[in-house]
Design a protein around this ligand. Structure first.
Ligand SMILES: C[S@@+](CC[C@H](N)C(=O)[O-])C[C@H]1O[C@@H](n2cnc3c(N)ncnc32)[C@H](O)[C@@H]1O
Length: 232
């Protein structure tokens, strides 16, 4: 399963694409609050002509929020799933200066020069710690001086007790939003997920050279965290 995860993830989101916008708001506890935290963490002036990269853009939820505030931004959206990208194009059709790429964000050879790299609920699909670390290093390389990276993502609990707590919160949220198939929905979400511990990820960011690393928001098994590149 692990080695084929990329194919599995692509398949899962190809299948989910049409319902994604209705389902994820119910599936992820405090999804909207987490997105607000991600967007609020962006430090630039509203009229700034920032270059933005949205990793695992899905149907374009994060880019839409960014475009609403930063209308002069120039955004690159990348996703594994062609269908998610097709829906993103429709959802974002009223906005200018957005490029769409279908591909794996870990292997894609991005040009340098981004002011902001964001990701939401995507990086935990990379199976190994090494791949996540490699991605964070690549992100650091393509960021401009004073550029920032923030990730909204699922995180791995550090022990069994906290794992059960996160799971219980996830199930409680499902029970509030769905009438049946709770275990099935929970299992199919878990099957494609390989989150890493938050504390480890913060250490990697520091090792790579990020500064002002911070957890902006956290609710049990999900968090918004990142840092700044200050190299001059
Ligand atoms: C749960 S969705 C999140 C979509 C959007 N960012 C949001 O917050 O609503 C995860 C998305 O990440 C994409 N994804 C996962 N791993 C990826 C990878 N290695 N490269 C590109 N996209 C990836 C999936 O195809 C899917 O569309």
């Amino acid at each position: 399963m692990k080695e084929n995860n990329l194919k599995n993830v692509e398949k899962r989101f190809e299948e989910l694409a049409d319902e994604y916008d209705q389902e994820f708001i119910k599936l992820i506890p405090k999804y909207i609050e987490s997105i607000d935290a991600l967007i609020n963490s962006i430090p630039f002036e509203e009229n700034a002509k920032i270059r933005v990269l949205d990793l695992g853009c899905g149907t374009g939820v994060i880019t839409k929020h960014i475009k609403e505030i930063y209308e002069n931004s120039i955004v690159t959206c990348i996703d594994l799933s062609e269908k998610m990208i097709e829906i993103a194009k429709k959802n974002l059709k009223e906005y200018k200066n957005i490029d769409y790429l279908v591909g794996n964000f870990l292997d894609y050879d991005f040009k340098k020069g981004y002011d902001l790299v964001v990701s939401s609920l995507a990086i935990h699909h990379l199976v190994s710690d090494e791949d996540k670390k490699r991605l964070y290093k690549n992100i650091y390389e393509i960021l401009n001086n004073n550029g920032v990276f923030y990730n909204n993502d699922k995180v791995q609990p550090p022990n069994e007790h906290i794992g059960k707590l996160y799971h219980d919160i996830f199930i409680k949220n499902l029970k509030n939003n769905y009438n049946d198939k709770i275990n099935e929905i929970s299992q199919s979400a878990d099957d494609h997920d390989y989150p890493s511990q938050l504390f480890d990820q913060l250490k990697w960011l520091e090792e790579i050279g990020f500064k002002n690393i911070e957890v902006i928001w956290k609710y049990y098994g999900h968090g918004v965290y990142g840092g700044e590149k200050i190299d001059k």
